[in-house]
Design a protein. Structure first.
Length: 170
């Protein structure tokens, strides 16, 4: 009976350590998903502005149907557009970006883009979006590298902690 209790406890400690490591590494995966979603939405916005000259309100409404973390952002923006709003698009964009995304350089790049939207002609807006996309791609590369190094480290530390607790339990 004692053997089964020790074996079960050891397995639970190992599993707990593994899960803690996985959870700690999830922040890197979520950050990468946020950046990828931002890039996809901005590429779509750029196409709509450049080729169809679609009004911003319609673009925002269409982007609420996107999958991924940006859907909530564009839902909030679209909803604010349908109401009587007192703030400019730049202020609304920046405030909503700060509310929706976790603090990071990618969020700051995305939020800064709002200053260019609705203020310039279509060509200048497309240039601003392209510049933001390039900066976000750099951030994505850095996030992928962090996931490869820090994410793996956190997973291994979680497993190591589980093994250490299992040894103490025995």
């Amino acid at each position: 009976m004692e053997f089964y209790l020790k074996t079960g406890g050891t397995i639970l400690f190992l599993l707990a350590g593994f899960l803690v490591g996985q959870r700690a590494a999830q922040e890197y995966l979520q950050h990468m998903r946020n950046i990828e979603s931002m890039i996809l939405c901005l590429d779509r916005m750029q196409g709509e502005i450049a080729w169809r000259l679609t009004p911003m309100e319609e673009i925002f409404r269409d982007l609420t149907a996107q999958e991924g973390p940006c859907a909530a952002f564009f839902f909030k923006i679209s909803h604010a557009f349908s109401e009587e709003r007192q703030e400019s698009l730049a202020a609304l964009w920046q405030r909503t970006a700060c509310e929706t995304f976790t603090p990071s350089r990618a969020r700051d790049i995305f939020a800064q883009l709002g200053q260019s939207l609705g203020s310039f002609d279509a060509e200048q807006e497309c240039h601003a979006i392209a510049y933001a996309v390039e900066r976000l791609k750099t951030e994505l590369e850095q996030a992928q590298e962090a996931n490869r190094t820090q994410g793996v480290l956190k997973r291994r530390l979680g497993v190591a902690a589980g093994i250490g607790l299992a040894i103490l339990f025995l």
